[in-house]
Design a protein around this ligand. Structure first.
Ligand code: DC
Length: 225
């Protein structure tokens, strides 16, 4: 099996790029952020404080997150309920960022993520895929972009949808989330030593896709795959 790990901060374009590459290569795409978001949604619904490690750890055994594919699109199920449409809000993203720092939350998802890589060629994106979940992935990419560029992309995306928003607020949210994800004690966001750094600040989506596919071909050529 071939595994590609793509890690990086919020808003670097990971999911769009990962989805496109997975389709082109015929790999299964696994969005691990969606799993943390599903758990975050559970904690929000229960009104739990994401920093309350004891309560969160006690709740983890009640939570089952599973993944299904419908027409090639990943669906996330929270205790059997398809929550894929409910997890894309800023509120859920913030709760996912805070609660994912809890070791019990990470432990609950780690095995599921590793098992998914055993049965198919996968492209998995997240924060700790290259460093922790799939340390033996044949290709690791660390995809980043400056906070300004990421905030501008998010601002344009929301404005295009007719949502009124403030660029500075978006940028501050991004900086806050980067800080939380990079400074937590358990599996913080960082570039794996053997990951290829791709800075998408001044690249189009297509250029990033092509650059990563070129890295994939390099691995194929230099190994027995
Ligand atoms: O990629 P995303 O925005 O959907 O992820 C939401 C949060 O989940 C992110 O802020 C941190 C957490 N996360 C994580 O801790 N580890 C992962 N592999 C993926 C996401």
């Amino acid at each position: 099996m071939f595994s590609i790990a793509i890690d990086g901060p919020a808003g670097a374009g990971k999911s769009t790029i990962a989805k496109t590459i997975a389709k082109k290569l015929g790999f299964v795409y696994v969005d691990t952020g969606a799993m943390y978001r599903a758990m975050g949604l559970y904690f929000l619904r229960k009104g739990v404080d994401g920093q309350d490690g004891e309560t969160i750890a006690a709740m983890c055994p009640e939570i089952s997150v599973t993944i299904e594919y419908v027409d090639g699109e990943q669906q996330v199920l929270l205790n059997g309920e398809n929550v894929s449409g409910l997890i894309r809000t800023e509120e859920v993203g913030q709760m996912a960022s805070v609660s994912s720092a809890q070791p019990a939350v990470r432990a609950a998802l780690l095995q599921l993520q590793r098992d998914m890589a055993k049965s198919a060629n996968i492209l998995m994106d997240g924060r700790d895929i290259g460093t922790k979940v799939l340390p033996d992935a044949q290709l690791k990419i660390f995809l980043t972009a400056s906070a300004d560029v990421r905030a501008k992309r998010r601002y344009d995306e929301l404005t295009a949808k007719g949502v009124s928003c403030d660029y500075e607020v978006i940028k501050q949210d991004i900086i806050k989330r980067d800080h939380q994800d990079m400074t937590r004690a358990t599996a913080p966001l960082r570039q794996a030593e053997d990951a290829v750094l791709v800075d998408s600040s001044y690249m189009t989506i297509n250029q990033v896709v092509e650059a990563i596919i070129a890295e994939y071909h390099k691995v194929l050529e230099s190994s027995a795959f």
